[in-house]
Design a protein around this ligand. Structure first.
Ligand SMILES: Nc1ncnc2c1ncn2[C@@H]1O[C@H](COP(=O)(O)OP(=O)(O)OP(=O)(O)O)[C@@H](O)[C@H]1O
Ligand SMILES: [Mg+2]
Length: 340
């Protein structure tokens, strides 16, 4: 921080530790989330994201660490922390046997809101999450996306200033995911702080002011999405061929390439600049070679994720006979830009 008045921290943790038996899940991690920002914690399955959320939202206790939420010490004053936070867990808290509205009213009671105010807040939130029509139906009849929206609506009863969202958009279709992003952005524009875990790197890229990648109990990297992307080389041009002879000719013409003989595809490291692209195309043109597909890949958070959490090769680039064991953590492998 270069400013003399650093922003207040909504979440501050130093030396956060948690182990289950011999399994050290969080090995002394530090977090600092300024008020009114979105912080995203990324990490592969089992990295400890939910554990961190549960600790910071007072559901379980840490083994060690100086932990503060909204300036309140978690160990000394968990009640004050609870009064200002909302949590949407990884797994739905919705009771299927009662209606959406009744689920909301349960939260109103939990927060000891006056009935009248509670009813007003419930109606407003149901409207905001497009659940008014379904409000009087048992939640068991809701789709996954509707349940997720109800989950978040329930979290917002009591107007929490700090919200923990554990994989809020897992299982949502693209439209619902974008709607959820809109809602999260709105919350933050009202000054709310959001601590978000996600499996969708694009989600962290879209939403988060700061990102931390959790791996083997430590924070393997942290920064803005752009800062993290600069950590890994990932930019390349990929050429695909259907004709093996053309493929071999392209290798001769281009020189320095990474080849995938099975897929007949070549990868050339590239910063994505116009000059580099032109040079590649010129070399192909002068050898009269035409690739079937040319894609430009600029580094993204997926590259960071795979580089930092152990896999050096992105699943889509592994030979077909090797299982892509991390594919679950990667929802899409769409090239970002197709040049031709
Ligand atoms: N109550 C528990 N008892 C024992 N081990 C636990 C318990 N809860 C979590 N763990 C272990 O702690 C580790 C971290 O789990 P956690 O649920 O925090 O991971 P995660 O990053 O949220 O994973 P996912 O992406 O699958 O949700 C895992 O090895 C898990 O098995
Ligand atoms: Mg989890």
């Amino acid at each position: 921080m270069t400013t003399s008045t650093s922003p207040a921290l909504a979440i501050a943790a130093t030396g956060l530790r948690k182990a289950y038996g011999n399994n050290t899940v969080l090995d002394g991690i530090d977090l600092a989330v300024p008020e009114g920002t979105i912080f995203s914690m990324l990490g592969p399955n089992g990295a400890g994201k939910t554990t961190a959320v549960k600790i910071l939202s007072t559901l379980i206790s840490a083994d060690a660490g100086d932990l503060r939420v909204g300036g309140h010490d978690l160990a000394a004053d968990p009640q004050s922390v609870r009064a200002m936070i909302g949590v949407t867990g990884q797994f739905s808290a919705v009771d299927g046997l009662i209606t959406g509205e009744e689920n909301m009213l349960l939260m109103v009671d939990l927060h000891h809101l006056p009935r009248r105010e509670g009813h007003r807040a419930t109606a407003e939130l149901l409207e905001r999450f497009d659940l008014t029509e379904a409000a009087r139906k048992p939640a068991v009849t809701y789709s996954g996306g509707m349940k997720r929206r109800l989950d978040l609506a329930m979290t917002l009863v009591g107007s929490p200033r700090v919200i923990f969202l554990d994989e809020p958009t897992t299982g949502l279709d693209p439209r619902s995911r974008h709607n959820m992003w809109g809602i999260i952005r709105e919350l933050v524009s009202d000054g709310v702080t959001v601590f978000l875990t996600t499996q969708y790197l694009e989600e962290a890229d879209q939403l988060a002011d700061h990102i931390a990648v959790l791996h083997e109990g430590k924070i393997a990297a942290r920064g803005t999405a752009d800062e993290l992307k600069r950590l890994v080389p990932g930019g390349h041009v990929r050429l695909r061929f259907s004709d093996p002879a053309t493929y071999e000719a392209a290798i001769l013409a281009l020189g320095q390439v990474t080849r995938d003989d099975e897929a007949l595809s070549l990868q050339i490291p590239s910063d994505g600049s116009q000059r580099e692209l032109r040079s590649i195309l010129d070399r192909l043109d002068s050898a009269a070679i035409e690739a079937d597909v040319l894609t430009l890949h600029t580094p993204d958070l997926d590259d960071v994720f795979f580089a930092l959490t152990g896999s050096t090769v992105r699943p889509a680039e592994q030979p077909a006979d090797q299982p892509a064991d991390q594919s679950a953590a990667r929802p899409a492998d769409q090239p970002k830009e197709t040049v031709r």
